[in-house]
Design a protein around this ligand. Structure first.
Ligand SMILES: O=C(O)CCC(=O)C(=O)O
Length: 295
């Protein structure tokens, strides 16, 4: 069972929320709910960043479920064109909290990932792990899943604690998800996803009621999905994907591009190389050049 930790907002020292219990629960379950971890000022900045991306007409906005009343927009890696996210990721406590959680001297941003569900009934996100989509391996990695809107448990993402320590499945294929959520993203080399939704009783599934400011710390190997939204409800989420020193480049099947599309990555690195790219900015320690310009 994943940890739900007693907590009250501690805006002066949010890093103290990453206790040894949290670290242990994260290693064991790969998912930890942390109540009131992000100050409303940072949430306002995230909202401005999401609005900027939505208004930009970015070619990286993918819209799913276009035939339904509600739409699902998925936006990968807008850091360079979103000053709100730059300010947030360099100067909010997010990187410090993850640095302590994964116990790494350095912390890099793999990418920012925004999800917006709104406009009426919007179906569940199919069950998946994030790890197969990303060309990475190692232990020191975490996403902070930050949702701006209050949502009941039934409309929150759902998670299967401990699944990051078991099989890494193929991803689901967004284009085929209407017909069969187990059709693979790559279609080779990795085992096909089980149909978790069809046999929910067999799985230990957790989810959380969300009040703005609450976050979920999520290991990208954890199976997660779900979270439809209904009429009058919306869910705007930033998932900040950060990693540390032990992460290396890893190959994925060659049938589809990996996420995020990273200029020159596959040419520059071979499997096992430390995961470094100008596309993955270092957040901790903050580079001197950023501090000198911004403070
Ligand atoms: O918000 C969603 O529906 C999907 C989120 C997700 O898959 C993630 O944060 O990795």
């Amino acid at each position: 069972m994943s940890a739900v930790l007693e907590n009250t907002a501690n805006w002066d020292d949010p890093v103290s929320l990453i206790t040894t219990d949290v670290i242990e629960a994260y290693r064991r379950d790969g998912v930890v709910f942390l109540p009131q971890a992000i100050h409303p000022d940072w949430l306002a900045l995230i909202e401005q960043g999401i609005n900027r991306i939505l208004m930009s007409g970015s070619p990286l906005i993918q819209t799913f479920f276009k035939d339904l009343p509600g739409e699902f927009k998925d936006m990968v890696r807008h850091f360079d064109v979103t000053p709100e996210f730059q300010r947030l990721l360099y100067y909010s406590p997010i990187a410090d909290m993850i640095q302590k959680l994964i116990d790494s001297e350095n912390v890099w941003l793999l990418f920012d990932h925004v999800f917006v569900k709104e406009g009426g009934f919007c179906r569940k996100t199919p069950w998946h792990q994030d790890m197969p989509y990303w060309p990475v391996a190692g232990e020191q990695i975490a996403s902070m899943w930050i949702t701006l809107d209050p949502i009941p448990k039934e409309e929150c993402l759902e998670f299967i604690p401990g699944s990051h320590r078991r099989t890494m499945y193929d991803g689901f294929s967004p284009a085929d998800a209407d017909d069969d959520v187990t059709i693979g993203f790559y279609g080779k080399d990795l085992p096909r996803l089980p149909d978790i939704e069809a046999e929910r009783e067999k799985w230990d599934i957790v989810s959380f009621d969300i009040t703005p400011g609450d976050v979920v710390l999520l290991h990208p190997g954890v199976l997660h999905g779900g979270g439809h939204t209904t009429e009058g409800h919306k869910r705007r989420t930033l998932s900040a994907r950060l990693y540390g020193d032990d992460m290396v480049y890893a190959k994925r099947p060659d049938t589809r591009p990996t996420v995020p599309l990273t200029p020159g990555l596959h040419q520059a690195l071979k499997p096992g190389d430390p995961l470094r790219s100008p596309y993955y900015p270092r957040l901790r320690p903050i580079p001197d050049v950023i501090d000198a310009d911004w403070k």
